[in-house]
Structures are given as C-alpha cells and as structure tokens.
Design a protein around this ligand. Structure first.
Ligand code: SAM
Length: 273
C-alpha cells in the first residue's frame, strides 16, 4: 500500500502545509526513520493506537503500514485533507479527530487497551505526559507511550538520582513505570530543523507500589525539588509529618532532594499517605 502513496514532501506542498511555529510543527519525512519509530512499541498489527499530532501523516503512515488501527487527534485543520487521503489508502484503519489533545480524554475514544505514539511540540508533550502518568488510578488504559521529546527532556525523564537531570519528571516517570530512551533523533531529520536534538522515550506501566497516594508523592517531590539545593529538613518542613517520617525511615535530613532514590521517595510518600 505504502508504495502507492506520494512522497511526504509532495503531500506537504500540494496541501500548502507550511510549518506553523505556533503549533510547534517540525515534520519528519524520512519513511525509514518513521518505520523505526513505529516499531518501538512492538508488534502493532491489529492494535489500537492513539497518535497525537499526526500533521501531514508521516508517522501515521508508518503506524498504518505496521497494521495498527490508528485514532489520530490533530489541532491544525489544514492537515485534515492530507490525512483523509490516508483514510482512503488504508480503509477502516484510520480515524481522524480534529481537536486539541489537551482537552480530549483518550480513554473516551477507546473500548480496549491502546498504545500512545506521538511526535509533539515540547510544551504540549510534557503536559500530556504528566497527565497520562498522573492520577490515583493505575494501571492505565494505555499499555505503552512512545513519545518524541527534546533530548534534554528525555534525559530528565530517565534520569537516575545524583544527577543534574534528576527531578520531579524522573520520579513521576519511574515510580510505577519503566522509562527508557529508545532512539536519539538528530535535529536535521526534521523539516524545518528545530534548534535542539530530540529523543524518543518509551514508557511501560509497571505495578504500583502498595499504600502510596500519587497525590502525596507529587506533593513531596514538588516541595523537595522546588528547593533542590536545600537540605530536606528545609525543603520539606512545610509538609506536615515529613521530618518525622524521614527519621523513621532513617533518611538523613541533611540530604538534598536529588540524592534520594525513587524508592526512597516512594517510601516517604507511603509513610505520609
Ligand atoms: N507527527 C508529525 C510528524 O512526525 O511529522 C507532525 C509532528 S509536529 C512536531 C506536531 C504536530 O502536533 C503538528 O501537526 C501540530 O499541528 C500538532 N499539534 C500541536 N498541538 C496540538 C494539540 N494540542 N493537539 C493536537 N495536535 C497538536
């Protein structure tokens, strides 16, 4: 089927899809690279996939070629005619929803587990990511996330304790999921090229530790990393019971937030939950 599709450059030219800076549009046109990204979640044949921000449809094509049943949310209506061509080329495999992904609950779109794949602008990607990983309900309806980020953000997501990149995003991504960088993508792969390098992060949900409130963990990491250069006895003093909990757990209150492992943050949240 794909051999019948016109090159993405031609699709972009024919539909006048000049990249909009406001919508964070940096398109991927290399079909081999797109196939490699679509392979990251594993075998997609017959699987339900949510793609956020399909744009002219490069990644969408790769997902459809892999046999996925794709639901795509796109905010830029200029892209809809190009995506309609893909609906024709892959009958019954693609559903396009025009809208803002930040305002659509993905669970309302599916009656089965689904995989999320997206190449998104930085601010939208991080907001969606924290939303998908947050909340008390676990495990989520999605079975994996495959998301393009600025490399610096990807490194914050997978960071280990005692590094500059370690912070709230790392704890959020790692306390009940596994997160890894699956691929680095050079800025020159995008049209137009962004200023910075990118990386694809792959996240799978894991078992949630017992007796821990997600909200409490968020409050602790917010306080601790809000003053990351301060000792815990200073940064956590506004959180009722936190200093006693540190003592019960044998965590020195002179330590700084970035020295606590994800497991130590989870232990602290359990004490306070
Ligand atoms: N997936 C395409 C690719 O890989 O070439 C396009 C990627 S481009 C970086 C980001 C896309 O997300 C654009 O098509 C943009 O219009 C869309 N977008 C931006 N904000 C959005 C939002 N809030 N909801 C849905 N789509 C959005």
């Amino acid at each position: 089927m794909s051999s019948l599709l016109p090159p993405l450059r031609e699709v972009i030219a024919r539909h006048g899809l000049s990249a909009s800076k406001a919508l964070g549009q940096n398109f991927l046109l290399d079909e081999q690279l797109l196939d490699r990204i679509a392979a990251i979640p594993g075998d997609l044949s017959g699987r339900a996939v949510l793609e956020v921000g399909p744009g002219p449809g490069g990644l969408t094509r790769a997902l459809l070629r892999a046999g996925a049943r794709v639901t795509a949310i796109e905010r830029d209506r200029r892209c809809l005619p190009a995506l309609a061509e893909l609906e024709v080329a892959f009958p019954g495999q693609l559903r396009v929803i025009e809208g803002d992904a930040l305002r659509i609950d993905p669970a309302s779109l599916f009656r089965e587990p689904y995989v999320i794949v997206a190449n998104l602008p930085y601010n939208v990607g991080t907001a969606l990511f924290t939303g998908w990983l947050g909340g008390e309900a676990w495990t989520p309806e999605w079975t994996s996330l495959t998301l393009m980020f600025q490399q610096e953000v990807a490194e914050r997501i997978v960071a280990a304790a005692n590094t500059d990149a370690y912070g709230r995003l790392a704890v959020l991504a790692q306390w009940r999921s596994t997160a890894k960088i699956a691929m680095k993508v050079h800025r020159s792969a995008f049209t137009p090229p962004p200023k910075v390098m990118s990386a694809v992060v792959h996240v799978r949900p894991a078992a949630m530790p017992d007796g821990v409130s997600a909200r409490m963990l968020e409050r602790i990491t917010e306080a601790a990393f809000g003053q990351r250069r301060k000792m815990l006895r200073q940064s956590l003093k506004g959180l009722p019971g936190a200093l006693d909990a540190l003592e019960r757990l044998g965590i020195e209150d002179q330590r700084r937030a970035e020295t606590l492992s994800v497991a130590e943050f989870v232990g602290l949240a359990r004490e306070l939950s």
